[in-house]
Design a protein around this ligand. Structure first.
Ligand SMILES: Nc1ncnc2c1ncn2[C@@H]1O[C@H](COP(=O)(O)OP(=O)(O)OP(=O)(O)O)[C@@H](O)[C@H]1O
Ligand SMILES: [Mg+2]
Length: 600
């Protein structure tokens, strides 16, 4: 007797539904995608009981005629794919012809639809996938789909739903994300008749984001618009200091599809590298357009995962466009004296009434500390390096009155001196700058070392006696695997029999002790496998920069301050230290006027 059964249509639909419809938000996603594919310019989503009692989506798209409406709820019924070739060049959000059939199989389903030239619409009602009624109905052009009692016949799935609040949040996420991308489409979301989102059609993406994320976030975002043969990248990203504690405001679209992509997200973070404070996450809404031939969307039933053929190249372009965008802008944070909160921007307020000071800056002789006793790099710098560094600073022999603006990144400023041996104070157009000496110098050193690493010109210091390293078996394998790379980083290592190795040289900015310590850190990280050697480079360079930079508490002369600032001006990103802390903040004269009650 044969033991193999052909599954019934009903069972097949339920199995398919299990893949397509994970939760109420999946229904919302599928129905919004259908509305967008039907060229709707208005999409209204109404929800009851977090989607479990009712999901109703009304669009003003092109609608369906009676024949197509009947077909639309059958499995493998789609107007979007015709040939096998189409599958490899998908330009619509849907393509499988599965969504409506899956949703209808596990709910009470009603469809009302009408095309432009029809006199009346058509209504189709199903329960658990079976048609229970159909007929003509008066309605506007477009389509309304109503889902009641989702999962009524799949109780196990229903049991796995999270709390109502979580399910509702997923729905809000879906509607928000599509509303963010489609600025010319009206999106409305209500829950129990309360409006949760109202994103009317807007002329541009920034206004659209303002209506969704709020004006204060939207006005601080920086625009990206980049195009080459491979990809077009459009959208908005935040300034590093406006980043958030969570990743909730990160959205990626590829060919108008909201996607999850670790590679592309990593590429954005790579662009922020050394500009973000620890555990901070950038806000970004980025839309990539690629040749559909190079994108496979048929990877996962929920169509959120994609495969991009030249993902490495595309990621590099994403990183570069983020870097370029951040570097293009003046990102000195403003200190809001009244609220003591930091805001970003550097525009001069119109109401500013102060005249810039005519006072000359402090002369070098007026500061008591000499370079060598105040600027102690001794423990971290080799004797030659120290001479070079000192020589560098001593080149500015005349008292410097003002720091010339070498590039536009930093404003013209006049240094007044140092407070608390920690901050420089400078006058600038429209206000006062406070500069964190350690953070500023750290940025200078970081970029200097980064360049050395990039050019493979890391200066090394030979260890005359050589450091003997006793390694574990796992460490030995890792060291042998990475011996070339490690030597590029300045650690040259030679085998000495068995598990013993000799550390012959170390990056020269360190004294021996630190370097050996650092090598142990590198090794430890490699062993636990959390970081690749590439990521460790970043860690090492950041540490080197931190250790070699002037510290809070170091007393500096005006010459030294000027040198640090003119070096800072030449860096790619002078606004934060490599850990993402600001190097400087500005208090506007306008704010001081307010504080002193000089203006109404
Ligand atoms: N809101 C709508 N307006 C107009 N036509 C629609 C709408 N929703 C669905 N359709 C039609 O019904 C068909 C079936 O929709 P369904 O969502 O099941 O499949 P699909 O969108 O083609 O593919 P996928 O399963 O990947 O979503 C669509 O191809 C489209 O022709
Ligand atoms: Mg669809």
């Amino acid at each position: 007797m044969s033991e193999i059964n052909i599954l019934s249509e009903d069972l097949i639909n339920k199995i398919a539904a299990g893949e397509v419809v994970e939760r109420p938000a999946s229904v919302v996603k599928e129905l919004i995608e259908n509305a967008l594919d039907a060229d709707a310019t208005s999409i209204i989503v109404e929800i009851k009981n977090s989607g479990q009692d009712l999901i109703r989506i009304t669009d003003n798209g092109k609608g369906m005629n009676e024949v197509d409406a009947r077909k639309s709820v059958l499995r493998h019924a789609t107007s979007k794919l015709k040939t096998v070739e189409d599958l490899f060049s998908i330009g619509t959000l849907g393509f499988r012809g599965e969504a409506l059939a899956s949703i209808a199989a596990i709910s009470q389903f009603s469809l009302i639809t009408k095309q432009k030239d029809q006199l009346e619409g058509f209504n189709l009602v199903l329960e658990g996938g079976q048609v229970i009624s159909e007929g003509a109905i008066g309605c506007d052009q477009g389509t309304t789909i109503e889902i009641r009692n989702l999962f009524f016949n799949t109780p196990v799935r229903k049991k796995f739903l999270k709390t109502d609040a979580v399910e509702l949040r997923h729905i809000i996420d879906v509607v928000t994300h599509y509303a963010l991308l489609h600025e010319s489409v009206d999106f409305k979301l209500t829950h129990e008749n309360h409006e949760l989102l109202n994103a009317p059609s807007m002329g541009d993406q920034r206004s659209n984001i303002a209506s969704i994320y709020g004006i204060s976030i939207a006005k601080e975002l920086l625009e990206i618009d980049y195009e080459d043969d491979l990809v077009r990248i459009e959208g908005l990203i935040c300034k590093p200091l406006n980043s958030r504690n969570d990743r909730n405001q990160q959205v990626l679209f590829v060919n108008n599809r909201w996607v999850r992509s670790k590679e592309l997200t990593d590429a954005v973070y790579e662009g922020y590298k050394s500009r973000l404070f620890v555990n901070k996450h950038p806000i970004f809404v980025l839309s990539l357009t690629l040749n559909p031939h190079n994108v496979d969307v048929n990877v996962h039933p929920q169509k959120m995962e994609i495969k991009i053929e030249q993902i490495n190249e595309v990621s590099k372009v994403v990183t570069q466009s983020v870097i370029k965008t951040l570097e293009k802008h003046n990102l000195i944070p403003l200190m809001d004296v009244e609220s003591e909160a930091l805001t970003m921007g550097a525009e001069v307020r119109k109401t500013y009434t102060f005249e810039p000071s005519q006072q000359t800056t402090l002369k070098v002789e007026e500061t008591t500390a000499s370079y060598s006793d105040s600027y102690d790099l001794g423990s971290y710098v080799t004797p030659e390096e120290e001479v070079i560094e000192k020589g560098d600073y001593n080149k500015i022999s005349e008292p410097v009155k003002e720091v010339e603006q070498i590039v536009e990144k930093l404003p013209h400023m006049k240094i007044f001196g140092q407070v608390h041996k920690t901050f420089f104070v400078a006058e600038t157009e429209g206000g006062v700058l406070f500069i964190d000496q350690h953070a500023a110098h750290e940025r200078v050193m970081y970029e200097k070392f980064m360049k050395q690493f990039k050019d493979a010109s890391v200066s090394v210091q030979e260890l005359l006696q050589g450091g003997v390293l006793e390694l574990t078996a796992a460490e030995k394998v890792l060291v042998e695997e990475n011996i070339e790379e490690l030597s590029v980083m300045g650690f040259s290592i030679e085998p000495f029999g068995g598990n013993t190795f000799i550390l012959k040289s170390v990056p020269s900015v360190f004294g021996r002790l630190q370097s050996r310590d650092l090598f142990q850190v590198v090794l430890h990280e490699l062993v636990i496998g959390r970081n690749t050697l590439q990521e460790l480079k970043e860690l090492i360079i950041t540490r080197m920069a931190c250790r070699s930079a002037v510290m809070a508490g170091d007393e500096l002369t005006i010459n030294e301050m000027t040198k640090i600032l003119s070096d800072l001006q030449k860096t790619d990103f002078p606004y934060t230290c490599p850990h993402g802390r600001p190097t400087m903040i500005k208090t506007e004269a306008f704010e001081l006027e307010k504080k002193f009650k000089r203006c109404g």
